[in-house]
Design a protein around this ligand. Structure first.
Ligand code: SF4
Length: 339
């Protein structure tokens, strides 16, 4: 799915796919005459992100959003497709241009404690990327660590303490400081606040927004929490079983959701935009991704499903500023029209 924006985007993802081979061991497979089993975690995802913009990807767990985060920073190779950062393919991450490209994109993980070395003092943790990617002297690194700690609202004196001496929110600020050390342009944020108390989440999100304004950062923000997404995103992509089913500007998506799955997700949360939508739980379970339904993979849960939905995968179509992959939207089905 492509969203057309004026100007050259910083991030371009085209038909990205990541399949995992989850087959039984070879001998067992041969004896039982079983074919290989592929988990299509991401299967044909396209989007762009403009400079200074935040694109959020939302969806239930297992929809493929964290796999996309890892594809973007080169932690997984692509099975198919192409990802470019400012015109450079991320396949270059392992080539001669790797170090300079790697500096430009950084990742913030969900669990700050797991991503910080517990045996290192905070100063060493934040200085590590400076050692790896710059020629700064120890004194320059020290000054940069102080600057970064101040930027994320911590005290430079905190650099001599260990991660366990900080709260969850402070640890995530340390992770952000470390990610910013080499002055990246693009941050991939995988559920950066979901391990934090609700009261602390807003503080961390506000720091991220302030830093974005100050430093001109571009974010891909992964979350299952639509309230968080509403707070941070400029545009939102909704994922279901490895595909983006709807992508639109945030306000349009929250005011006028078009895909039945987006409507289902929005109806399960408090009425953020005040449109009076009734609050209803998300119905049904996400199908087994190893055996996805035919056609539109959402059809077993969709109140608008018709026979065509079981047979044919809907392709993305543009309706105003929204791109959506749904036969009902494409063919303007109404509840009264013939199936
Ligand atoms: Fe529902 Fe059919 Fe649209 Fe899929 S294509 S979301 S099953 S109406």
């Amino acid at each position: 799915m492509n969203d057309h924006q004026p100007g050259k985007p910083l991030v371009e993802v085209r038909d990205a796919a990541r399949w995992f081979d989850v087959s039984a061991p070879w001998l067992e497979r041969v004896l039982a005459r079983k074919p290989r089993t592929m988990l299509r975690a991401v299967d044909g995802v396209s989007f762009t992100i403009n400079r200074g913009e935040t694109l959020a990807l939302v969806g239930e767990s297992g929809c493929g959003k964290s796999t996309i985060a890892r594809l973007l920073v080169g932690l997984y190779p692509l099975t198919r497709g192409e990802i470019q950062i400012d015109g450079e393919s991320i396949t270059e991450l392992n080539g001669p241009k790797g170090p300079s490209l790697r500096r430009r994109l950084q990742m913030i993980f969900q669990d700050p404690y797991a991503s910080l070395n517990p045996r290192w003092r905070v100063g060493r943790i934040i200085a590590e990327p400076l050692k790896a990617h710059t020629k700064m002297s120890p004194a320059e690194q020290d000054a940069r660590v102080d600057e970064l700690l101040k930027q994320v609202g911590l005290d430079p004196a905190d650099k001599s303490r260990y991660p366990h001496q900080f709260s969850g929110g402070q640890r995530q600020r340390i992770s952000i400081a470390r990610a910013l050390a080499v002055r990246p342009e693009f941050l991939v944020c995988d559920e950066p606040t979901s391990a934090l108390d609700v009261s602390v989440q807003a503080q961390v999100l506000n720091i991220m927004k302030d830093l974005q304004r100050e430093l001109g950062l571009t974010y891909l923000f992964i979350s299952h929490n639509l309230a968080v997404v509403h707070h941070v995103a400029d545009r939102v992509g909704v994922m279901y079983l490895g595909r983006i089913v709807e992508i639109a500007h945030r306000d349009e998506l929250f005011k006028n959701p078009r895909h039945p799955y987006t409507r289902m997700l929005l109806s399960a949360i408090p009425d953020i935009e005040g449109h009076g939508r009734p609050r209803t739980p998300v119905a049904g379970e996400v199908p087994n991704p190893l055996n996805p339904p035919s056609g539109c993979t959402f059809h077993p849960r969709c109140p608008q499903a018709r026979p065509l939905c079981k047979e044919t995968t809907p392709q993305p179509v543009r309706i105003g500023v929204t791109e959506v992959a749904c036969h009902a939207v494409e063919h303007s089905w109404t509840s009264e029209s013939d199936a």
